[in-house]
Design a protein. Structure first.
Length: 156
């Protein structure tokens, strides 16, 4: 087997592979999925991997964990276009690309401490997508705009 065809990280038996993550964002993926604080989760991270599609990319493999829709929406916030592969018995059983919705509800809080979504427990935070590049969203209630770093810091 030539060096180019060799796997850099071994296959996982069961779990989720997050591929085509923009370079340098693998650790943000771990942060929003709260994986660093869970010692029972086996994770493989490849950063600055050569990619025909992106030039360079990051890859995250999470053993024995299938991400739910809320987690997939969180990934879309920082890695829209990432490819998600669900693996069972070392085979890909489902593959899709995460897309950022136009309305984002219930997965992050507003950065404005005085926003009604932060002060009233019955109100679910909701945001409108303003721009994908740079990523900018706007709170439905106070109209505060947030960009990538603030978004990552406020993911629930």
């Amino acid at each position: 087997m030539t060096e180019e065809k060799m796997l850099k990280v071994e296959k996982i038996r069961r779990g989720t592979v997050i591929d085509h993550v923009p370079v340098g964002r693998a650790f943000k993926v771990l942060k929003i999925l709260k994986i660093s604080s869970d010692p029972g989760v086996t994770v493989a991270i490849a950063i600055h991997v050569k990619s025909k599609k992106m030039g360079l990319k990051d890859v995250v493999k999470i053993e024995d964990r299938i991400l739910d829709s809320s987690e997939l929406n969180k990934i879309a916030l920082i890695a829209e276009g990432a490819t998600i592969t669900i693996v069972e018995d070392y085979d890909a059983i489902k593959k899709f690309v995460v897309k950022l919705p136009n309305i984002i509800t219930g997965i992050l809080k507003c950065n404005n401490g005085r926003c009604v979504s932060n002060t009233e427990g019955s109100i679910k935070p909701s945001f409108t997508l303003i721009s994908k590049d740079p990523l900018t969203i706007k709170c439905h209630y106070c109209e505060r705009e947030m960009e990538t770093d603030e978004i990552v810091d406020n993911i629930l």
